[in-house]
Structure formats: C-alpha cells, structure tokens
Write a protein that binds this ligand. Structure first.
Ligand SMILES: *[C@@H]1O[C@H](CO)[C@@H](O)[C@H](O)[C@H]1NC(C)=O
Ligand SMILES: CC(=O)N[C@H]1CO[C@H](CO)[C@@H](O)[C@@H]1O
Length: 261
C-alpha cells in the first residue's frame, strides 16, 4: 500500500511515559528522556518529510509524564501516541508504580480513535507482561551495545529494512510473543526483539533507537565503573559502539505508525 503525505496527520502529539532517569553523565550531556526522545522523533519526522510521507509543515509535540510519580496524561484524545520509555527497573517487579503501569496498558482502548502505543526496552517488556508473556532475566546475561537485529518478513515491512542496527542495554527479556501479536525482529540473544499487535495499535522494540554511540559510551563506562559490566563485556561493546545505526529510520517508522489513522 502506498502511503501519501496527505493521508497522514499534520501534528504528531506524543505522550512519553517516563519510567527512568538517565545516569548523570547522560542527563548532563544529552538531557533527560523527554529531550532525548524528542530529538530522536524529530529526526524521524524529518526523514518522513524527505521521503514525502509527511507534509513539510508537520510538527512534533512531546510531553513527559513521570509514571513513577503517578503522572499520566489526562485525556487520551490529546495524543496520537503513548510511548513507554526504558528504565533501570525490572518490568516484572511487584512495585505499585509498575503494577499500575501494567494495568494502564491493559486498559488502554484499542479502537480506531485511540492513541497508538509504543514500548521501548522496559516499555516493550511492560507491554509483554500486560499481555501475559513471560518476562524475566535472560539466562544469557546482558545484551549490550551495538547489535544487528534480524527482521522477520512482517518486520521488514514494518521497519522498511532487512536488518535493524541498534544499541541494546538489557538483561530482561520477553519470552513469548503474546497472542494477538506478531514477531518483527530477533537476535541470537533475544528472540523477541520487536512485535506488533495484529490490530496495528501497539508496536514494541527491545533495543534503544534513542541511544546514539556517544550516549551508549557513557552507559558502558558508568556501569563498568560501578561493577555491573565485566571488563570483557565492556571492551567488546566499546569496540563497536560507534558502528552505524538505523535509529533515524526506526524513528521515522515509529512516527509514521503514530501518524496513520
Ligand atoms: C550501576 O548503575 C546503574 C545505573 O545505571 C544502577 O541501576 C545499578 O544498580 C548500579 N549497579 C551497582 C552495582 O551499583
Ligand atoms: C514466536 C516466537 O518467536 N517466540 C519465541 C519468543 O522467544 C522465546 C525465547 O526467547 C522462544 O522460545 C519463542 O519461540
């Protein structure tokens, strides 16, 4: 199906459900998650304009809601997409704010006028949990840094590529593709890297399109210094940290997903 710019909404309104705070060197140099996600999605929207898939006058608005402090959007009708961020917390933890977020996802309407739902990393896992997939720590430990994920056939269609090169930063994985969802991407470490709901309302990604090489470098250094990553893992991921990424392409597809009715 060919998409034309005229079919696409003119303003992309994103409610970012903020589930974490970046480590201090990332927050200082690149901003908090609302800033980081806004710059990613703005680059994605620019790409859609270059491709003739969004009007040149299209604009992006993004507001952050810190769900750890019980802040949620007031009216769903104000948003085209709800995006759930990454987090240093575990999606399977039995904490009040995490349980509330899971219930929120379960209760989001899925009708034609409802906002689209996008989950990144922790957000992907929360959506998995909300739809009864098993979520827990991987037996394989961390998947860290630059990674080339394989796209399935539906994944190639959705992400418009044959692979997706993306930064990874996770230990927890979604073990199943829940009923009503289709797998979009895999790696040897984590089979379920990305999925879409069959009604086209929900899309998720285990990797971090919002993390550039320089951001990833800060995470690797910080968490190696604090004992989370071994020197081996750190050295291996530092070697490839500046490899090319498909972040802007991924962001463009997320924007298009949110903009199409
Ligand atoms: C290391 O830092 C991260 C913050 O990114 C934190 O989540 C983690 O608990 C820390 N680990 C240790 C062992 O201090
Ligand atoms: C449909 C599908 O690919 N499901 C896989 C999800 O991931 C787990 C392990 O990570 C596999 O066992 C499933 O086959």
């Amino acid at each position: 199906m060919a998409v034309m710019a005229s079919q696409v909404k003119n303003t992309l309104r994103v409610a970012l459900l903020v589930c974490g705070t970046p480590i201090p060197p990332v927050a200082e140099n690149f901003g908090e998650y609302p800033v980081i996600f806004k710059s990613l999605l703005a680059a994605g929207l620019d790409k859609l304009k270059q491709q003739g898939l969004a009007e040149p006058s299209s604009e992006l608005t993004l507001e952050g809601f810190d769900v750890r402090e019980d802040k949620y959007p007031e009216r769903l009708a104000d948003w085209d997409a709800i995006l759930i961020s990454g987090s240093a917390s575990n999606a399977y933890d039995d904490f009040p704010w995490i349980n509330k977020l899971v219930r929120y996802v379960q209760q989001l309407p899925r009708d034609k006028n409802a906002p689209k739902l996008v989950g990144i990393c922790f957000g992907h896992q929360i959506i998995g949990r909300a739809y009864n997939a098993r979520v827990s720590k991987s037996e394989r430990g961390w998947e860290l840094g630059w990674t080339s994920t394989q796209l399935t056939d539906p994944g190639s269609k959705f992400w418009q590529d044959s692979i997706m090169r993306i930064q990874e930063l996770h230990q927890d994985v979604v073990h199943d593709v829940p009923q009503g969802f289709t797998l979009l991407a895999s790696t040897a470490h984590t089979m379920n890297q990305s999925m879409i709901s069959d009604d086209g309302k929900i899309v998720t990604l285990q990797g971090h399109p919002e993390f550039t090489g320089p951001i990833m470098k800060e995470f690797i250094q910080f968490r190696t210094a604090n004992g989370t990553f071994s020197k081996e893992l750190s050295d291996a991921s530092m070697k490839v940290v500046d490899n090319p990424l498909d972040n802007v392409n991924a962001a463009a597809r997320i924007c298009l997903f949110a903009l199409l009715a």
